[in-house]
Design a protein. Structure first.
Length: 228
């Protein structure tokens, strides 16, 4: 994307950005993000229409064997470069913290883009988020709950082979007598509502904005159920 971006229709610019993301061109993706912001698109719109939609295309071609790990890693790097521009804008609420969250990707899983997005949106909604990263075993989740005493514990899994580990973490919380102290939210592409119920989570969150809405609603519910 070396042309003058200001002369391109927004719909075409979005398509060019998807191609740039696909090709792992971080600088070009960042330029596209900045141009969309200059056109007064909301940071959330840039995120979903420019970046997440592009990554969906990468996901399909990865699944179909058209793209391989090194190419997908480049695309992920470009996605993260675009997200870095949006992060401060999404977090710019100026509101005092409305709750605390610990979030991490479960053991065996190194996917972190979705988790990072949830972190950004939760921070933007006024939560203080402690992101403990990828490949976390139950001990790490438990330690983080002890250290940060969060209202919410969020777990992310992108693989069908790693999502069952969410149950191990919840069972460990129960053993450590910590389960009642946190609202457990789970998410990630292969996760769904019946799975969340089966592992004993409080809720499944389809995407980052649902995570924000769900976190706020469950915190409110909890507050109202505390005897006065
Ligand atoms: Co991976 N990978 N990958 N990968 N990868 C998937 C997940 C896959 C579906 C691709 C495919 O086949 N179509 C497939 C999983 C198949 C399955 O299990 N059924 C897969 C595979 C197989 C693998 C490897 C095994 C490949 C290999 O080595 N042969 C390997 C595993 C590595 C490991 O973890 N041990 C692997 C590796 C990688 C890369 C390293 C190359 C890279 C990750 C880079 C990174 O994350 N830093 C990668 C990527 C990028 C993907 C795809 C293409 C994109 C994932 C992504 O970032 N999506 C993915 C295909 C796909 O999902 N369509 C794929 C964008 C992101 C915004 O969406 O993460 O779903 P998502 O997050 C959403 C929601 O799910 C939700 O909100 C987010 C935003 O709205 N959400 C939460 C997520 N976490 C949440 C937590 C919450 C709440 C909501 O807590 C409260």
């Amino acid at each position: 994307m070396s042309e003058d971006l200001t002369q391109i229709e927004t719909s075409e610019l979005l398509e060019i950005m998807h191609d740039d993301l696909y090709d792992g061109l971080a600088d070009e993706v960042v330029a596209g993000v900045n141009e969309l912001l200059r056109r007064n698109l909301l940071p959330y719109e840039v995120l979903t229409q420019g970046l997440v939609a592009g990554m969906d295309i990468v996901g399909v071609d990865f699944r179909d064997g058209i793209l391989f790990v090194p190419e997908v890693l480049m695309a992920a790097k470009a996605m993260k470069a675009g997200m870095a521009v949006l992060r401060p804008l999404l977090a710019e609420t100026g509101a005092p913290s409305i709750g605390t969250m610990v979030i991490g990707t479960v053991k065996g899983d190194i996917h972190d883009i979705g988790k990072n997005l949830v972190t950004m949106m939760m921070e933007g909604a006024g939560f203080k988020v402690h992101d403990i990263g990828i490949n976390n075993d139950a001990d790490k989740f438990i330690q983080a709950v002890k250290d940060f005493k969060p209202d919410i514990l969020g777990m992310s899994a992108l693989l069908t082979t790693t999502m069952p580990y969410m149950k191990v973490v919840i069972q460990s919380l129960e053993k450590a007598n910590l389960r009642d102290q946190v609202i457990v939210l789970v998410g990630g592409a292969p996760v769904n509502q019946p799975f969340a119920e089966a592992v004993g989570a409080d809720a499944y969150c389809r995407d980052a904005s649902v995570a924000v809405i769900t976190a706020k609603a469950l915190m409110e519910q909890r507050r109202n159920s505390v005897p006065v």
